[in-house]
Design a protein around this ligand. Structure first.
Ligand code: GDP
Length: 375
């Protein structure tokens, strides 16, 4: 059985972690209703592996908002005024308080793999995640992956520049790979912002659970952690995840195509152009899992990008579903985010210059304080 550490940093990371715990609760045969009513008090997390979850935040209210994560798994890092969206403050707070965080992780035992979930753009998660991964890697040799949520592009200059610096730090540090999910790309989910968040969080949570299951399945013909590590070490250190589940009878080739198409991915990319390595896992009733169709689709992808691992999990009576972990050799969408970030940094600089000039003006005014005009 795999030992998995799942950390959620900051508000976004906390909420996604909570969504993972919610879905892990709801899939047991003992729970009939999805997350509702009293089920959360009477059911337990139904993970296939030994999964330890830890939510970290400087904002106590974000931690209190969590509904499916045990109180002992929520760690409040005290800092009087939060960190705003200021990553410099966030990094200082992490440095002062990292002992508490690392102890909470050490207390859970040893792990085979860890995932740290966070937004790229806020204050706490974005500034805590790169040094946290660095600290974990100093004393452990299990792989640590970051699952990073990119901001809506209209959220403002501070968020954009935070995202750019945070990703740079992660790539330059010992993090074993970055899995990208993009709010901007996923916002077509629609509804209010909260509904969009809930929808996106649920998408990400289901994929993460599917991935964990497929790394720790005793069935034949499945992928394992070794395959995942090999996939994640390919490409430019960046990856994303595709997923699709059929709602009615559908050939498995169409399920795979949908999983790799824009509607299935968490980040905007052309799989066949930007893909590096991939791992595809198919699940469902045996009658849907035509080996010939699966092999044809996998060969199409491996012909374009290189190596593709495949795994098949038979689940009697289930509709077919597919999950793909794809590393990227290049990411055009990320390049345009960086262009936006450079503009954002320029705008913030201009604003500061204007404020400085205004202050100089004000001090000129003050030089005549106490004087009167002479005529
Ligand atoms: P922190 O608590 O200081 O780390 O900041 P947040 O995690 O709130 O970071 C702000 C960014 O996260 C913005 O780009 C938000 O759009 C995004 N965000 C906040 N909450 C959620 C959420 O529940 N789901 C998703 N997908 N994004 C979120």
């Amino acid at each position: 059985m795999l030992n998995v550490l799942l950390v959620g940093n900051g508000q976004c990371g906390n909420r996604i972690l909570d969504a993972v715990n919610k879905h892990a609760m709801n899939r047991g045969s003992n729970v009939k209703e999805a997350g509702g009513g009293l089920s959360k008090y009477f059911s337990k997390h139904n993970y296939q592996s030994n999964v330890q979850t830890i939510a970290i935040n400087t904002a106590i209210n974000d931690l209190k908002e969590m509904k499916f994560t045990k109180a002992k798994d929520r760690i409040h890092i005290k800092n009087l005024h939060g960190v705003g969206a200021n990553r410099n403050i966030g990094k200082e707070v992490f440095e002062q308080q990292k002992g508490n965080i690392l102890k909470a992780i050490e207390d859970r035992g040893n792990f085979d793999v860890a995932f740290v979930v966070t937004s790229a753009s806020g204050g706490t998660g974005s500034s805590f995640t790169p040094p946290l991964i660095e600290e974990i890697k100093k004393s452990h040799n299990f792989p640590v992956y970051a699952l990073v949520i990119l901001p809506f592009r209209e959220e403002g200059t501070l968020y954009l520049q935070n995202a750019a610096f945070m990703l740079k730090e992660l790539r330059e540090g010992p993090c074993d790979g970055i899995i990208l999910a993009d709010n901007q790309y996923l916002k077509t989910i629609g509804g209010s912002v909260q509904e969009a968040y809930d929808g996106i969080n649920s998408m990400i949570a289901k994929r993460l659970l599917f991935l964990l299951d497929s790394l720790d399945s005793e069935m034949m013909m499945v992928t394992d952690l070794g395959d995942f590590k090999t996939v994640m070490s390919g490409g430019a250190g960046l990856a994303t995840i595709g997923y699709y589940k059929a709602e009615n009878d559908m050939p498995i080739r169409t399920v795979i195509q949908n999983c790799l198409s824009p509607r299935g991915l968490l980040f905007s990319t052309d799989v066949y152009k930007e893909g590096g390595r991939a791992m595809i896992i198919l699940k469902g009733d045996k009658k849907y899992l035509s080996m010939e169709e699966i092999s044809n689709e996998v060969e199409k992808l491996s012909g374009a990008i290189g190596h593709v691992f495949k795994g098949v999990i038979v689940e009697n009576g289930s509709m077919p579903e597919a999950l793909c972990v794809l590393t990227l050799n290049s990411a055009e969408e990320l390049e345009s985010l960086y262009e936006g970030a450079i503009q954002a940094i320029g705008m913030e600089k201009d604003k500061k210059d204007r404020v400085r000039k205004k202050k100089e003006m004000e001090s000129s005014f003050m030089t005549i304080d106490g004087m009167d005009p002479e005529y």
